[in-house]
Ligand binder design. Sequence first.
Ligand code: BGC
Length: 374
Amino acid sequence: MSHHSHAVLIALITVLGLAACAQNSVAIPSQPFGRTPRGEKVTLYTLTNKNGMSVSIMDYGATIVKIVVPDRNGKLDDVALGFDHFAPYLTQTAYFGATIGRYANRIARGKFEINRTVYQVPVNNGPNSLHGGLRGFDKRIWKVEPVESDNPAIRFSRFSPNGEEGYPGNLFVSVTFVLTDDNRLQISYRATTDKPTFINLTNHTYFNLAGAGNGSILDHIVTLHASAFTPVDADLIPTGEIKDVAGTPWDFRTPTPIGLHLKETGGTPVGYDHNFVLTKGFFSNFDLAAEVEDPKSGRVLKVYTDQPGVQFYTGNFLDGTLTGKGGKVYRQYGGFCLETQHFPDSPNHDNFPSTVLAPGDVFKSTTIYAFGVK
Ligand code: BGC
């Protein structure tokens, strides 16, 4: 292709992308990203703010593909683990950047009960069900909708029919991403059902504040505003105990390098993969849940949420077999996740905050990933 026709093609793609979101107060450029084995087109949308920060999200899995943010010297880097191309997203099992549903994290043996009916959802992680089953929300194409907003914003929505992946209720679900000029990425979820069901939604971005693929996150300094966590069994199912973090390797109430006590957590593979009980996070409050700092780049991430818990996961299962952006390999502890959500396996623990969604009720939740420098 000549240089000229290439430029025309790019202009055309941009115009088409803008036209698709014409109702937006802020136009959202888009580009083709790939195709699923079912033949569905996958499109990548990019939100950009006044500081040059950008967030790219594809409609497959309503998945965050890129988060480009400045370091303390203004140097831009992509801090979200993932891939340059679409194909590896089909085979990876790390859930990089994806929207997770209907039920984030694990449900023991894939079993739960609602109104004396027992439901069995697919078991896909040892004896348990993980992240919505065999073909959860992360493996579906979402519809794109315009958003009325002064900031760059995009909404993804889908209809999840009664019985999808074994879950009851016709569910309408949407997730809206807004990027503000103070470098905050706001993610809001909404869902309704026509039968009582369980729901737990989150985003599964792996962050490395030094840039995706640039070494381990063990030197990142973390604060978690959580005075308790939910211990787990060998298959990562909560035992039901709500345990005080004091005197344990799970005490991140003051800034602590991730690697300082990581080995003491035990588990196979060793590392953090636990739900932290947020100090005042019970729905009515919108709280600062976590703060992370990379001393080298100076990048800081603050996480705010209305959810009761956050799954702090240190990429323990990454094993160097995934080659990511720019040919960089993702090794163990190459990224961390702060998955704001309800507690794992809540349907089977009466002492955990309820994850029931009833007809007539609206599930609503918001999390903010706020970027800065120090
Ligand atoms: C879970 C991990 C799991 C990872 C990737 C996290 O939410 O807690 O156990 O390996 O997701 O699936």
